[in-house]
Ligand binder design. Structure first.
Ligand SMILES: [Zn+2]
Length: 495
């Protein structure tokens, strides 16, 4: 099969948890209860100099029963600021010292575009939403940073995990030119996965200059996308909805802090630079706003085949899907019901058949790109494909069966769909003469495997550019014979 292409991912170097730059894994598998989470963070505090940050990530409130609070995290330490991220990346919990370092006292007002959860008496309880997370993250002592060699070594470890799961290309959703430079060095030391970079919107001018001077890069590392946020989180229950959340009749989520006018300016800047806009939006009200902006920009300045994107588009009724089709927008919807189906409970079962709209988008002729949004859900394509095919959570509950895909459509989304989403479908995404020789050999045929067992299909070989870059232990498959038809370096940019 063609290699998998993860169209929206946040790669981070894989450090040892107890090293100075490591964060503690607070996922349900690692720390199933709040007591276990506190105990594990305490171990990290014990090896961390007093006053320095203790950080964790990937906790799930739904699996723990609630969000950890400052009182829980004060049990970790009162001498270290402690901050742990929610699996959504849009919510976090911190201890009292971290709140104090950020100057948040009992009567602090909510910041624009964010919220402090509060005790019964109104005091911030340590749970931070959206812009409130950044306020605490940016306060306190500076975090130690590893040198480039350490960073690259840890990045190679992360990429080895991707290769073992059959991922041959990734699209980094929101990175910086400095990180792109480090990717260049990491690839010079060792070639693993191909990378498409979506830079943050603040770097447009610099990016335009780089593209004017050096082009968009090559098949290993390519520039072209600009990622920006116009909305909040589905699994963190902060995205902005037209009708209230099902569990709170007075709550519509947190509105995006940027106005429509300013969004139009932002998208227009990206569009006029000839770049690809990749706009994060989850709630139906956020998606509608992004579509209003795209409509305005494209009416003023039409461009065929722009392939501008909406990242996630999680709560997306048919009338929005129709507008997406009309405007030629590409979607990168979530495929994470296995891990996060339970987060959909807050939205009410009446919404499930138009959430994570992989099925309705495909039926309407909208291009969809397979992605994990890792670390939000695991960067394991066969698990993600199972999730798209079954719409079933790990607990066995089905969420929105009408959005199910056939296994071949899900595989297509994860290969050709993702390649299309980064203007690279002429180079990869199918096994076609003239394309790059990026492919995987699976240990079983997904077409004849029961849908609930797709995640158990192992990847036996992963081949990038004709070279074996991963071989499963014990596999006796021969390496491919021959060489790629076209040399990488001569690859034309797609537009
Ligand atoms: Zn993301």
């Amino acid at each position: 099969m063609p290699g998998f292409n993860d169209a929206h991912i946040h790669p981070t170097p894989l450090y040892d948890e107890m090293s100075p730059w490591g964060t503690i894994d607070c996922s349900p598998a690692a720390t199933p209860t709040i007591d276990a989470l506190v105990a594990r963070l305490r171990e990290k505090a014990a090896v961390t100099p007093r006053g320095q940050w203790v950080r964790g990530g990937s906790y799930q409130d739904t699996k723990l029963g609630r969000h950890p609070t400052r009182d829980d995290l004060d049990r970790v330490s009162t001498e270290h600021p402690v901050l742990i991220g929610h699996s959504s990346g849009h919510v976090a919990a911190c201890n009292s010292l971290a709140l104090k370092a950020a100057g948040i006292d009992a009567d602090a007002a909510d910041p624009k575009g964010g919220r402090f959860d509060r005790d019964a008496d109104g005091r911030p309880n340590g749970v931070l939403r959206e812009s409130a997370v950044g306020i605490v993250k940016g306060a306190g002592p500076e975090r130690p940073t590893p040198d480039t060699a350490t960073w690259i070594k840890a990045l190679h470890r992360r990429f080895d995990d991707y290769l073992a799961a059959g991922i041959t290309s990734i699209q980094h959703a929101g990175t910086s030119l400095a990180t792109v430079e480090r990717y260049r060095r990491a690839q010079a030391a060792r070639r693993q996965v191909r990378i498409y970079a979506m830079l943050r919107s603040g770097e447009i001018d610099e990016l335009e200059q780089i593209i004017a001077d050096h082009g968009r890069g090559d098949d290993w590392l390519q520039l072209g996308g600009i990622k920006t946020f116009q909305g909040n989180s589905l699994s963190g229950q902060t995205c902005w909805l037209s009708k209230p959340y099902d569990n709170r009749p007075d709550y519509y989520g947190i509105p995006p802090s940027r106005s429509l006018e300013s969004l139009i300016d932002r998208i227009s800047g990206i569009h006029e630079a000839g770049l690809q806009a990749c706009i994060h939006a989850n709630g139906d009200r956020e998606i509608a706003m992004v579509l209003d902006a795209y409509e305005e920009v494209l009416a003023r300045s039409p461009r065929p085949d722009h392939r501008h994107r909406i990242e996630h588009a999680s709560v997306c009724p048919d009338e929005l899907v129709a507008r997406i089709k009309e405007l030629g927008i590409v979607l990168a919807p979530h495929s994470y019901i296995w891990e996060h189906g339970d987060k959909m409970e807050a939205y009410g079962s009446w919404r499930w058949d138009f959430m994570h709209p992989n099925g309705s988008a495909l039926a309407a002729g909208v291009a969809i790109a397979g992605n994990s949004d890792s670390p939000v859900s695991a960067a394991v394509p066969m698990l993600r494909i199972q999730s798209m095919v079954t719409r079933t959570s790990a607990e066995g509950k089905v969420y929105g069966a009408s959005q199910r895909l056939s296994v071949l459509d899900a595989i297509r989304a994860w290969t050709l769909g993702s390649a299309y989403a980064s203007h690279q479908d002429h180079r990869k995404g199918s096994l076609t003469p003239g394309k790059l020789a990026d492919f995987v050999v699976l240990a079983a045929d997904p077409r004849t495997t029961p849908p609930d067992a797709l995640r158990h299909i192992d990847v036996e070989l992963t081949i990038v550019g004709g070279e074996v870059v991963y071989r499963q232990e014990g596999s006796t498959l021969p390496a491919p014979v021959g060489r790629p038809l076209s040399p990488d370096a001569a690859a034309p940019a797609s537009r």
